[in-house]
Design a protein around this ligand. Structure first.
Ligand SMILES: Nc1nc2c(c(=O)[nH]1)N[C@H]1C(S)=C(S)[C@@H](COP(=O)(O)O)O[C@H]1N2
Ligand SMILES: [Mo]
Length: 450
């Protein structure tokens, strides 16, 4: 009995490791230079404290078998809840710890911040809409679709203003794509800064998006095929979010989307209209989309010159590096989780590439010395998250877990060291280096760099 494999016997991540006290401490400390070190210590202390408590995984498999199976519980002997007692379904009350979370102290106000998706608790490739990460430069709005308009102007024969009803009469497509903020994993450039995969990689989500191909709308407006080389997308929020997109991309797979995972977009994700720019960093996926302008050159807006540029080792800035290169991460076991004893575990994670499909994912349990090829869950789609799994029997010794993805262009996800050699350490955006999770003999899993 004791030796049987116990997949899933991993204590779930201590989701609520930022408690009220810690939050208050952080608020008091503010944004001074010691913030990073301070946060790191707080995170570690708090996660260690909480890992000891909980969870249902432990309760569900008592060491001496499961006596509950011999008793008929109340729910097997009574009438359940009526249909539609919850007209819009909600997760089980036992799952309320799985939430998107803000990284405290990251920005001065929460309206201009990030909430991270809890990757450690998700399955498959689709992010539930309520757990999709959020990145707002100036807060979110719930905009009345009846009053919302999309204008297409610039180098077009007929500038047009569309209502939502107009857009929803046009030919539509539905496609599954990941969205990743260019700043995902930004805090990890020089050392491991945050404790869990939610904070290292949680500016990442994947959904089925539905809408009108941008090419259909550009055709409808008779865009200038000779001089129209770029489009500018503009959002309706107060952040003045505007991004340049090259015309060949705009005509390729960009969608003016109103749907996400089978229903209208959530307000936090741009309701009623957002741009979907597959493979490209999140900032170009303009939310609350109100205008597309056709032009003959890039606009060099604030979000293309001040922000979202990569500071290179020689001191120059790399601009318009928008493609999210091939990347992967093990989501379980991952930082903040604790493995409950040696034996069998399913190592599971996510891989993706802004250039196409994931071709292969390799997993190492010894810090990159030996690699084995993981199983990919199907379907493997272009510019979408791909779930990988691999069997592992943990012998109870310290281990260093890593995953390395390769896409169908042949590009191999780099190590952190390789990335720093090419890009230096002063970058913020576009960190696609290999992530390492350290497993201690106690079973504690933590974020390290090797
Ligand atoms: N209008 C508008 N669009 C926006 C933003 C914004 O603040 N305003 N944030 C951008 C950034 S930086 C990212 S990473 C994505 C995040 O999308 P999400 O909140 O749906 O995850 O939206 C982008 N589109
Ligand atoms: Mo972003």
């Amino acid at each position: 009995m004791a030796d049987r494999p116990s997949p899933g016997r991993i204590v779930r991540a201590p989701e609520n490791f930022i408690d009220a006290d810690l939050q208050q401490q952080i608020n008091q400390h503010g944004l001074d230079d010691t913030r990073r070190g301070f946060l790191r210590k707080s995170f570690v202390a708090a996660s260690a404290a909480l890992a000891a408590g909980s969870s249902w995984a432990q309760a569900a498999v008592p060491a001496d078998g499961d006596p509950a199976i011999l008793n008929l519980p109340l729910h097997s002997r009574t009438l359940g809840q009526p249909v539609a007692s919850r007209p819009y379904g909600q997760p089980s009350k036992f799952e309320t710890q799985l939430q998107r979370r803000e990284s405290p102290g990251l920005t001065r106000v929460s309206a201009a911040s990030v909430s991270f998706a809890p990757l450690q608790g998700l399955f498959g490739m689709i992010t539930p809409s309520g757990l999709h990460f959020e990145r707002h430069h100036q807060g979110w709005h719930d905009i009345d679709p009846a009053g919302h308009r999309l204008m297409i102007n610039g180098l077009v024969r007929n500038a047009r203003v569309y209502t939502m009803d107009d857009l929803m009469r046009l030919p539509s497509v539905s496609r599954i794509h990941f969205i990743e903020c260019g700043a995902n994993t930004a805090m990890e450039w020089s050392n491991s800064a945050v404790p869990t995969v939610q904070y290292t990689h949680g500016m990442l989500s994947c959904s089925e998006f539905t809408g009108v191909p941008l090419s259909v709308l550009l055709d409808d407006c008779g865009f200038d095929r000779k001089n129209g080389k770029f489009v500018l997308a503009e959002g309706a929020d107060g952040s003045g979010m505007t991004r340049t997109i090259a015309m060949d991309r705009a005509l390729d797979d960009v969608i003016v989307a109103y749907g996400m995972n089978g229903e209208m977009l959530r307000p936090e994700n741009g309701y009623p209209l957002r741009l979907v720019v597959p493979g490209i960093q999140g900032v170009s996926w303009v939310k609350w989309l109100r205008r597309i302008e056709v032009g003959d050159r890039p606009w060099n807006t604030k979000d293309e010159t001040l922000h979202y540029v990569d500071l290179m080792p020689d001191g120059t800035h790399r601009q318009y590096t928008s493609i999210q290169e091939c990347k992967s991460v093990i989501t379980t076991p991952s930082g903040g989780q604790r493995m409950v004893g040696r034996g069998f575990y399913n190592i599971s994670g996510l891989a993706w590439s802004g250039r196409g499909k994931v071709k292969r994912v390799d997993v190492s349990v010894d810090g990159g010395r030996n690699w084995r090829t993981a199983r990919l869950e199907t379907p493997v789609l272009t510019k979408a998250l791909t779930r990988f799994n691999i069997d592992w029997t943990w012998d109870g010794n310290p281990a260093l877990l890593q995953s390395r993805a390769i896409d169908d262009t042949g590009y191999v996800q780099p190590t952190g060291r390789e990335l720093r050699a090419a890009r230096g350490t002063r970058s913020i955006y576009h960190n696609n280096g290999i992530q390492t999770w350290q497993v201690a003999t106690s079973g504690e899993v933590s974020n390290v760099q090797v």
